[in-house]
Ligand binder design. Structure first.
Ligand code: 26W
Length: 817
């Protein structure tokens, strides 16, 4: 084919760039290229553009001596990057058109990219949204984490049971990352501490580890909206110091020759698949220390290279700890400052506290990390000494303030004495930080009252709230381009640059019938796309005229998928028993992963599948109700499901969901929320208006009182025929004829000890669901509320959240709230 040069045609320029990448980087020509080859070629073409802006951005950060922000997180749940990068670069249409000219369908190519699933759920996805917002807001930020070879497991359902399969996102390489073999630090483990006394010098301590692991940096550029800035996500891979112990190999011990390699490299092998239960295993502590040490060494080096003075660290640098997973940073920073950079203890402590800040993401007691003192002593002996010393000085300082209350001193101690001696990472993070924040107003309030009440009394200024947010670029513009186009048509294209304020201009459109119709048509379009996906993957056909009622999130008892399932069964029975009622047709959609060792959660998945199998083939329902559990929930699936939802289920036991973030994504896309007054639902109801949501159930306050009393539910169950009927159906094996006793334990457990108040909230939930039906039957009102949900969700932009962090916690000059 003859090349026709087209002058100044950006599409053609991009087309040529793709062809060049295909040929020289992938080693293929259009004639023998597979889909994935095209994906790679386009990604590399996009990456060239990223790199140009990346270079500019880092020069600017240097020149302007911007304050640097480091976000330390064991999880970054990124998802795919192709559309995200192209969209933020302003090249999405260009790329699509360039591929079309090459007879390649962009929509197919984009789906070939594997998700970067380096996170479990909310906390990891929040880190990814924050990275994008920090780039958009021109904040000089680095994300630091681990480059897991295997991210979160792939969920396969076998006969309705979850099975975990290894996820292999790197099999075809990763076009977004740059390996930096020259950026490498040694991270030590084990060994001992020696005291060094040299004449004329203060005696000091030196850690002599007996094991060294090398960290290698892999950098991924993170581009902001309209390529405002490009930041770096730096993920560390663990390698052994030596690839092979030649001596052992030559002696014939071929396995022994690589044991050290295997041990070292296992640190970055796989993400811990636990969401909110503590893993408590040595490998986890090794992961935490590994990435914290590499990151701190790296950022201190950058600071010294640029500013030459360790004393100015807190003026130039802010380090945010994402939960307690990187909390060992408190001790490691102290070690680096005192042992390596030879600062005096109290000066080092002042710098540490001024530099570090910590975000708490959960109050669940089982999620609070603590490490056995014996393990710490063996793996990190110098850090254990430092922790003891921090603790001792802290208690001294309290006594000096005439605080002697034994219970108080015990509760703020870094060491827990009760269950075998353990280091409390939450207390360490609190004490070593100048700011401790919760992730929604309610959660922060509860932090002050519960886990950190004693610390709060001692340091009343430290705890503050930063309500979570989500990036609208991914969760509105990319996930729902048609709706975005409709909104831009209504309020103008300033929406794209200032959605937080401009979205509100949509409010008057809620009153316009023609607009509501278009809004509903967009939803219909997205529902058809989801229905096609379900048909293709599961062979189940869905009625797109029905309410798409969606609960997608990690499976956890406190999130109460069980409440939703009980409602499903009760609704099923009611629809069968009472065919004269004008039931609103429903599709109940579930998705989510359970931690591999969380048996109860896995049983709930099985129950959802058993219910689905029974209900979907029941002819008496006349198609009024369908239930689907879509396997392998991940970011890219969320991008299809959320824009197709009519109803968003946010039904956690009040007081237990720290914030939630999918709640915001659903509302942004115009779904109505059925939810408890928990986490950020509370602030959503303030922004959106309670009358445009379905709020039900006990409040956090009521839950606290009730839980103290008793959790036996016999009375509740007896009082509600519907609840009793649904429980009995499940218990008796109607949904599990192959194993009629499968759910007896589950149901009996609810009756005896309903820790998450499923039964107590059932009736209120049922009633709220009937209000949903009623509203659905008056489409004018439904879509009026839906439009208002979108219009009033701008405040939940992660740009707003990040501006608050930058101004209140990180003190980044020039950023106003
Ligand atoms: C050590 C094991 C472990 C693993 C993960 C403990 C705790 C966690 C996380 C804190 C769990 C988590 O993802 N929390 C979620 O954080 C989101 C972002 O702030 C919130 O929106 C969710 O409500 C909260 O559950």
């Amino acid at each position: 084919m003859a090349e026709e040069p087209r002058a100044h045609d950006p599409v053609d320029t991009f087309r040529q760039l793709i062809l060049a990448k295909l040929k020289y980087a992938v080693g293929k020509d259009p004639g023998n290229a597979f889909g994935h080859d095209w994906f790679e070629a386009v990604a590399l073409a996009a990456r060239d553009h990223l790199v140009d802006h990346w270079e500019e951005a880092s020069l600017q950060v240097e020149r302007q001596e911007q304050k640097r922000v480091y976000y330390l997180s064991l999880e970054f749940l990124i998802g795919r990057l192709l559309v995200d990068s192209l969209s933020n670069l302003g090249l999405l249409d260009t790329a699509r058109e360039a591929l079309a000219r090459l007879n390649v369908d962009f929509e197919q190519i984009r789906n070939l990219e594997p998700d970067a699933a380096l996170g479990n759920g909310g906390l990891g996805r929040l880190a990814a949204c924050f990275m994008e917002s920090m780039a958009t807001l021109n904040i000089a930020a680095h994300g630091y984490g681990i480059r897991y070879e295997h991210g979160l497991f792939r969920q396969v359902l076998v006969d309705g049971w979850q099975q975990e399969h290894t996820e292999t996102w790197l099999d075809f390489g990763n076009p977004w990352e740059f390996e930096r073999p020259e950026v490498s630090y040694s991270v030590g483990f084990g060994g001992s501490v020696v005291n060094i006394t040299e004449p004329g010098e203060v005696p000091r301590h030196e850690w002599q580890p007996n094991e060294m692991v090398r960290s290698i940096a892999y950098d991924t550029p993170v581009v902001g909206w309209r390529h405002s800035s490009v930041n770096t996500l730096r993920l560390w891979r663990a390698r052994a110091e030596e690839d092979l112990q030649l001596e052992r190999f030559n002696a014939g011990d071929h396995f022994g020759a690589v044991v050290d390699v295997v041990k070292a490299e296992s640190i970055s092998r796989v993400l811990y698949p636990n969401d909110s239960t503590e893993a408590g295993l040595e490998l986890r502590l090794r992961q935490e220390f590994f990435f914290v040490s590499a990151s701190l060494q790296d950022l201190i080096k950058r600071h010294l290279d640029q500013h030459g003075d360790i004393h100015t660290l807190p003026e130039r640098v802010a380090i945010q700890l994402n939960d307690t997973h990187p909390a060992i940073a408190v001790a490691e920073l102290m070690r680096l400052l005192v042992d390596v950079h030879r600062l005096e203890w109290f000066e080092a402590w002042t710098l540490t506290v001024a530099t570090l800040s910590y975000t708490n993401h959960t109050l669940l007691p089982e999620a609070l990390e603590s490490w056995p003192v014996s393990l710490m002593e063996r793996l990190l002996p110098r850090h254990m000494q430092i922790i003891y010393l921090i603790n001792a000085y802290h208690i001294d300082s309290l006594r000096a303030k005439d605080i002697h209350d034994f219970d108080l001193l015990r509760s703020v101690s870094l060491i827990e004495e009760e269950h075998g001696r353990r280091v409390r990472m939450g207390n360490l993070a609190f004490l070593g930080s100048h700011s401790i924040n919760g992730v929604s107003a309610l959660h922060t309030e509860l932090m002050r009252k519960s886990v950190f009440s004693d610390f709060h009394r001692l340091y009343p200024q430290r705890i503050n709230n930063k309500t979570n947010g989500v990036t609208l670029r991914r969760w509105l513009y990319q996930a729902n381009p048609q709706l975005t186009e409709l909104l831009v048509g209504a309020v103008g294209d300033e929406l794209l640059d200032s959605p937080e304020t401009v979205l509100r201009k949509l409010e008057p459109f809620a009153a316009k019938a023609s607009f509501r119709k278009q809004f509903a048509a967009q939803r219909q379009h997205n529902k058809r796309a989801l229905a096609a996906l379900v048909q293709e993957r599961m062979g189940i056909s869905l009625d797109t005229q029905a309410i798409f009622d969606v609960q997608v999130k990690r499976i956890h008892e406190y999130k109460r998928q069980l409440l939703n399932l009980l409602h499903t069964v009760a609704l099923y029975q009611a629809m069968r028993n009472d065919p004269t009622t004008d039931w609103a047709p429903r599709v109940k959609i579930f998705a989510g992963k359970a931690a591999a060792s969380y048996h109860q959660a896995k049983l709930i998945i099985k129950l959802a599948n058993d219910i689905s199998r029974t209900i979907n083939v029941d002819p008496t329902l006349r198609g009024l109700l369908k239930v689907v559990f879509i396997p392998n929930y991940n970011v890219s699936l969320a991008e299809v499901i959320i824009p197709a939802a009519d109803l968003s289920e946010q039904i956690s036991t009040a007081g237990l969901e720290a914030s939630g973030t999918s709640n915001m994504k659903f509302a942004l896309n115009g779904a109505l929320t059925i939810g408890t007054l928990d986490g950020a639902n509370v602030e959503m109801s303030e922004q959106i208006g309670r009358e445009h949501m379905f709020i039900f159930g006990m409040t956090a306050q009521q839950v606290a009182t009730r839980s103290r009393r008793d959790l036996g539910m016999a009375a509740e169950i007896a009082a509600s025929e519907r609840l009793a009927g649904a429980m009995e159906a499940i218990r008796s094996g109607i949904f599990s004829p192959d194993d009629p006793n499968r759910y007896a334990g589950l149901i009996d457990g609810l009756i005896a000890h309903d820790r998450f108040l499923v039964c107590a909230d059932f009736q209120a939930y049922w009633d709220a669901q009937r209000q949903v039906d009623a509203l659905w039957r008056t489409p004018d009102r439904w879509w009026h509320s839906a439009v208002l949900n979108t219009a009033r969700t701008g405040w939940f932009s992660s740009d707003r959240t990040i501006r608050e962090y930058a101004s209140d916690i990180w003190k980044v000059p020039g950023i106003e709230k």
